[in-house]
Design a protein around this ligand. Structure first.
Ligand SMILES: C[S@@+](CC[C@H](N)C(=O)[O-])C[C@H]1O[C@@H](n2cnc3c(N)ncnc32)[C@H](O)[C@@H]1O
Length: 167
């Protein structure tokens, strides 16, 4: 519902953010937060992120990308719908400027393992950690707690952060 995007944009007024979301109520909720907080550094694209990245984002153009708690698609037969998979990851990596970052987080352990494998095998990316990035107070994986993050904690899930840099 945009709470994380709004919180990050508020804390980094010098950086411009582009939020991508298909869920209409989520877009509406973020628009409301943008208005309430008088944010001037957030734009929203109400469309499928795969198509936006493919068709609207130039190569080597993004300072960083946040993919926090993407839909886990728990059932094995649905794993192919997961966002952090090829060929999307290769395309996404190509849109990040050299030296820019990709920060992913999930509270589903098997998705975390998939992220580690897919991102680790992507030649355009280099891991900032040996495996996952979650060390306490690691500034690379600082992010506000999201709704799904809080839900994961309530359910006793762990949270896995991954921070990769574009080569
Ligand atoms: C589990 S929620 C996590 C939201 C937020 N990052 C958080 O942590 O609270 C996943 C969100 O991704 C959106 N989403 C899933 N696939 C998408 C796609 N291909 N393009 C844009 N948004 C997508 C869903 O509509 C949903 O709002």
């Amino acid at each position: 519902m945009g709470e994380t995007t709004a919180a990050i944009a508020r804390s980094r007024p010098d950086v411009d953010f582009l939020g991508i979301e298909v869920f209409t109520a989520g877009v509406g909720a973020l628009l409301k937060r943008i208005d309430e907080l008088a944010l001037t550094n957030v734009r929203i694209v109400h469309h499928d992120a795969v198509e936006v990245v493919r068709d609207m984002i130039p190569a080597d153009s993004l300072a960083g990308v946040h993919v926090y708690f993407p839909d886990p698609w728990q059932k094995k037969r649905h794993h192919k719908r997961r966002l952090i998979a090829q060929p999307f990851v290769g395309m996404l990596a190509s849109r990040i400027a050299p030296g820019g970052y990709l920060h992913c987080a999930t509270d589903w352990e098997d998705y975390a393992q998939q992220m580690l494998e897919v991102l680790g095998q992507e030649p355009q990316l280099a891991n900032t950690a040996a495996t996952f990035a979650n060390a306490p107070a690691n500034p690379l994986c600082e992010r506000p707690t999201t709704k799904f993050n809080a839900r994961g904690c309530r359910l006793g899930h762990g949270t896995w952060d991954l921070v990769f840099l574009r080569r």
